[in-house]
Each structure stands twice: as C-alpha cells, then as structure tokens.
Design a protein. Sequence first.
Length: 251
Amino acid sequence: MASSLLLAACGGAEAYADAESAGVAAQSLVEPSSESADRRIIVYQTTSLQLMRMDNQGTSHLVAQRTGAPEVSPDGDRVVYAKLPDGYREGDVVQRSELYVLNANSGKSDRVTEGFDDSAPVWTPDGRTVLFQSMQRSGVPSLWRVKANGKDLKQVTNVGTTQFSSAYIPTPALGGTLEWDADRRIIVYTTTSLRQGEDGEVRVISFDKDYDVASAYSLGTGFGPVWTERGTVVYSRNEGGRVVSVEVRVK
C-alpha cells in the first residue's frame, strides 16, 4: 500500500510542504475548489500506514492507526478508507477490514461497513456511492457497493457464481489502479496475473445508472491502463521481451 497525501481544501503548496516535513511520502495530490482560500486541511497516510488529518492551524490528528490507501471524494470534502487491525503489517493477508468515511472539515469518521474483509474502496463519479472489494461476504472475490451513509449495501459482481464459472468477473489487483472514464460509468483496471512475472488482464466494467453491472469484458493481457481524452484506453503489454503500448476504443 502506497503512502498518499490528499488535499481537502485550498492552500495546496504550503500544506503539502507541512505534510512532507512530517515524513510523508506523498504520491497523489487532489485540489478541489473552495470558497476559503486561506484554509489548509489535508488528509494523508504515513509510511507506517497511519491516516492523519492536518487542520487549518497546522496541527496533525491521528484518524486511524492502520489503513488502506485513502480515497478522496469527487467534491474533495470526504475521504473513504479501509481501517485495518492495529496489529496489521504491510504484506499481511487482510482478514478483517471495515470501511469508514471521514469528513475532512470536521474530522469525524463514520463507519460504513463492518464484520468482513472490505477493502480497496473507490468513489463513483457522482460521489454518492463507494465500490469496494470483499471475498468473505459471498465466498467469492467480488465488487460490492454501498452508499456513503452505509445504506443500500449490494453485491455487484459474481452474484451466484464461482471463480471457475465462465460468468466470473475478476476483481482489480489490490494496490492497482482503477480508473473511471470521465464521461461514462465505465471502469478499467488490471487483474492479478495467475502466473508470477506475467502480465495481468486489462478488464472493463460498464455500469447502469444505479451502478449495477451492464457489461464486463477483457481487453487482453497487459498493465497500467489509463483513459485518454479521446475515450480510448492505453495500456502496456509485454511482448517478446519488450514492452509495447496498446490503444483500444471502448464501447
């Protein structure tokens, strides 16, 4: 899990420097709009997986001892994160993990899920729903969704299937990148390779207006998929001992 820094208000460069001075290895910076240009509220994860919140006075507060990578909401006001057991160490198998949503301004966290291995949360583009992964809930690695207030929990992939079924939809690789298309309810991601040292599979899932799965398919083996302004997906693939770039138009 990578350390990250998420800006939840304005004052970007100065707040960023304050967090770095605390030993944060910052990887991502999000700067939403704000009416208060002098406010500095940042949420960041340390190299020891502690989630911290720095208020507009420059004081850091511990949010949680061990977390997965935090994800800022599209409006920049909230952060969703997976809270891991306090004794968790990077690389351990996640046996239990609960999702929380942090209000970046008030510093208050609300639990969204509990009792299972919920992990890798991401916001939907409208900021109302969180997609996440779980295996324990159904016994099959699947994507689930839940509203930011903890309501309307629902399994969205692999309902009634097994990992050996032709209808099985592989989940995103933990620690990998899941990218939403800017204008459509479509995600692209890479799965974990079944064989060590080989490429994973680049997958696409399209959702309907309720964020139920409309279609899901593979673009082939590869890694590092990203959307372009043209609505295509560009990713890399190992071929014959060299890395090549592939561009595909997604329906």
